[in-house]
Design a protein. Structure first.
Ligand code: SF4
Ligand code: SF4
Length: 331
């Protein structure tokens, strides 16, 4: 089986589990550690930032997992894929926060709510850690937090990411500007001719009709290699309950019912209940992309200073991660 067929087989069984390190997450240590833990937990893929150094961190984490697997008596069935994400202007996955010191009253609300620990004690953004989720701004009483778009030059950066080990690419296309979507999509389609490429879409700016029309046009370009990452409520999966994952299944249902033969990954509010809710609702998804929740449940272990030298710590992280992966596989 080649790599495309491996991915296809996992998706046809609904077993493609992608751990989202964060399109904006450029913290090499966190990405390496997440990749190590979730490779040992049996995940299928990692989603990382469009940064060759970060792709390398994910590769290093995966390689380290293969090295220590025998000592842990773990058989890793398949090497996870690395997917690189890029975002169009306006997409929250491709932005970074900034704090206006003149407006800030130092109330600490942003720091308390930032899951990425991306705001330092002087109320400056630690840019590599910021994933643009917007939770800080939602909790700021002074409107002191704004965002800027982090655009990468696809034609130069993505080939470098592929050289480092990326096998799939993803375009986050939360915009109503179809022209820019198709311009970027053609570059991505050309760069990965023999594997899946995905478009991440939510309903914040698109009607259901616009959403399915866009998917249909992308399918005309890419055919069966097209994955739609159906993003219910972007970066909102902090809790492990049905309501948190409801919108991920709702948008997956729209794509599913469109009848366009794309692969569908549920995302945006995903957690350990996502696959179960899909089944209860009669919605078939080819897999689940899990970000906020997947990072949150292993955060305390990943943040350990002694992480890679403390096998007990790694084992505990793997046990928790494995349960999430197991819960994300259709029963
Ligand atoms: S809350 Fe989100 S947007 Fe704000 S600093 Fe943290 S990661 Fe960045
Ligand atoms: S929440 Fe707003 S006002 Fe409060 S510390 Fe953060 S940036 Fe400053």
């Amino acid at each position: 089986m080649n790599r495309y067929q491996q991915a296809q087989s996992l998706m046809e069984q609904g077993r493609f589990i992608k751990i989202v390190c964060g399109a904006g997450n450029e913290d090499p240590i966190a990405v390496r550690r997440l990749s190590l833990v979730y490779t040992l937990a049996g995940t299928s893929a990692f989603d990382v930032s469009a940064n060759p150094a970060i792709v390398k961190s994910a590769v290093d984490g995966i390689d380290a997992a293969f090295r220590i697997a025998p000592a842990l008596n773990i058989n890793i069935e398949a090497r996870p894929f690395i997917n690189v994400s890029v975002g169009l202007k306006g997409d929250p996955h491709a932005r970074k926060a900034q704090i206006n010191g003149e407006k800030c009253i130092q109330c600490d609300q942003c720091r308390e709510h930032c899951d990425q620990d991306a705001i330092d004690k002087h109320y400056s953004i630690i840019t590599p850690r910021c994933i643009g989720c917007g939770i800080c701004a939602d909790n700021c009483p002074s409107e002191a937090i704004t965002f800027y778009h982090k655009r990468v030059d696809l034609s130069t950066v993505l080939p470098e990411c592929i050289k480092e080990g990326a096998e799939m690419l993803e375009l986050h296309a939360v915009t109503d500007d179809d022209v820019s979507v198709f311009e970027d999509w053609k570059i991505i389609d050309m760069l990965i001719p023999n594997n899946y490429i995905s478009v991440c879409l939510d309903r914040s700016l698109l009607s259901d009709t616009h959403l399915t029309n866009r998917i249909r046009k992308l399918y005309e370009i890419t055919g069966e290699r097209l994955i739609v990452q159906a993003d219910g409520a972007p970066m909102s999966g902090g809790n492990d309950d049905y309501n948190t994952t409801l919108q991920a299944i709702a948008i997956a249902d729209i794509v599913y019912k469109s009848g366009i033969p794309v692969k569908i990954l549920a995302s945006g509010g995903t957690n350990a209940k996502t696959q179960e809710l899909a089944r209860l609702c009669g919605v078939f998804v080819n897999g689940v992309s899990i970000g906020t929740f997947a990072r949150k449940i292993v955060k305390s272990f990943i943040n350990s200073e002694n992480f890679e030298h403390d096998m007990g710590n790694i084992k505990q992280a793997i046990t928790i991660a494995r349960k999430l992966v197991a819960d994300s596989i259709p029963k």
